[in-house]
Design a protein around this ligand. Sequence first.
Ligand code: HEC
Length: 579
Amino acid sequence: MKRSNGLKFVITVVVLMLGIAVAGSAFAQRGSDFALFDQHGVFHQISRYNEARAVVLFVYGNDDPASVEALPLLRDLRDRYSEDDVIFLLLDANQHDTRASVLAADLEFPVLLDSAQVVARTLAVTTTAESFIINPKSHRILYRGPLDSRIAVAEANPAMPVPYLESALKAILANVDDAAPAVPAVVGMPIVFEYKERFGDRQISYQDEVVPILRRRCTTCHIENGLAPWAMISHRMMQGWSPMVREVLITRRMPPGQIDTQIGEWDDIHDITDDELTTLVHWIDGGARREGDADPLTELEPIDPAWSLGEPDLIVEVPEEAIPATGIVDFKIKRVALDLDEDKWISAVAYNVGDRTVLHSLLVHALDPDVPASDPAAQIAPENAEYISLYVPGRTEEVFAEDSGFLLKADRDLSFKLRYVSSGRETVDRTRIGLYFRDTEPTYAVRNVITLNENFTIPAGVDNHVEEAQTPVFEHDVYVESFAPQTHTRGKSMTISALYPDGTSQLLINVGNYNFNWQMNYRLTERLLLPAGSRLVSETVFDNSPANPHNVDPEAEVRVGITTWDETFSHYVRILERR
Ligand code: HEC
């Protein structure tokens, strides 16, 4: 659909030229950082390319003739600019294109799948075949328009192909700050925006649509005395924070610890659905308004620190820790003697957190009492300490399945690995742990295996260092129940797969955007059988470059160790074993 009726066409071109000339007189438009998964399950965030000179983004459609025509041109561009640190990405906002259908197209480019259509909305994309050049540091849009006059351009038969995007790219790489040359309009395949049908022009309801999402997804932490630095306690507060909320939503920073939910089915994880995301973004873009006077956010109950499962059978006090107002707080490793008179089967672990504003994670282990207290690393080393449970923000307890329990031997001590993040205010954390015991023996023992790699070195500055680890082969049938992957600040992403005795493998979890501040436990909705002879395999990617915003020192060569400055690759997997 390159040409339409003559007059309409002339008008469109004039309008678009004007639009671009005005918007681009300084050759740039304000943009926004954003993040999406691609067809392979790899997470891409524009600001993570901040070491590159430019990001070229082409709006793609799987069955779109203009996209098919554009691919060889993009490939050619990418090859010719391979020395210039230019990143080439495709953006697909068509809801009928799925990860599987895009994967089947077997493209050489990452295709960012914008199923919630919020990135396309942010970039004001309306059709396929439009292309962008984005500055990955400032997120500014340096160019938008056609790739080339051969690709879906509303322009009379060009005698010679005009390389619009390449000219702009050349100028950008040469740091020439020319006024934007006018470019013709792109006429690709129109993108059907699902939310236009859903919302039309109506205002989103704060009370009925927005607040329920905030309660489901945000207020476990964004509440008075919660973990988050600001509380969602009124419409006014939400409205004031709304530009920031938009940004953390489209960069997938909040809710924190999101994983690739196209792999596996999960319980009790921090997530937000496409519908919820679209609703919030649409509401914010409409001015974050409230209808009527009622404000359900003001009625939120503060967190009740009491034991919600009832009085525990045993309360253990974690030795207190003073947290400074600012600075990186290194992991804290602690130990407590229990003096039990007999073995116990644990049915649940509850957390009574002292200061929720600073405690980000707490790992609880059953420790061999012969380990000398003088060696910090030994207190949590897997050969001495068996992982029992993990506290993460928003979770007050971990209840094991009804037919299972963790065997706590009478002689064991408890050891803890705590991760604190300073909150701007000095404080002392006194957290207590409640253990609940079973009266009867369970059918399944709660056990753990670790995909552990203790022997690797990450060179300084490398952004994609891949390591692997696997568990030993299971000698009996076991069930997998949950995953708690752990690295330190260079960890970027990890997958864990099952390798079955017949040689086939199945991806079980894809943590595409790991953030060491948010160590999570991801629990499957249904436990998964691993027949005898299977094993678990993990691949973990480390980013030791300056592009990693969490990296404590990109100039250091990194080895395995227990401080924040070292690395770790120890992904805990909870399994259930028949006794
Ligand atoms: C598990 C706890 C938790 C949940 C759930 C959560 N947040 Fe946060 N949020 C935090 C913490 C902690 C911070 C402080 C910054 C950080 O750690 O990244 C924060 C920071 C923010 C910020 C400020 C960012 C900045 O740079 O100052 C915004 C905005 C925000 N959250 C929005 C949301 C929204 C919207 C939701 C729900 C969709 C949500 N959060 C869910 C814990 C949470």
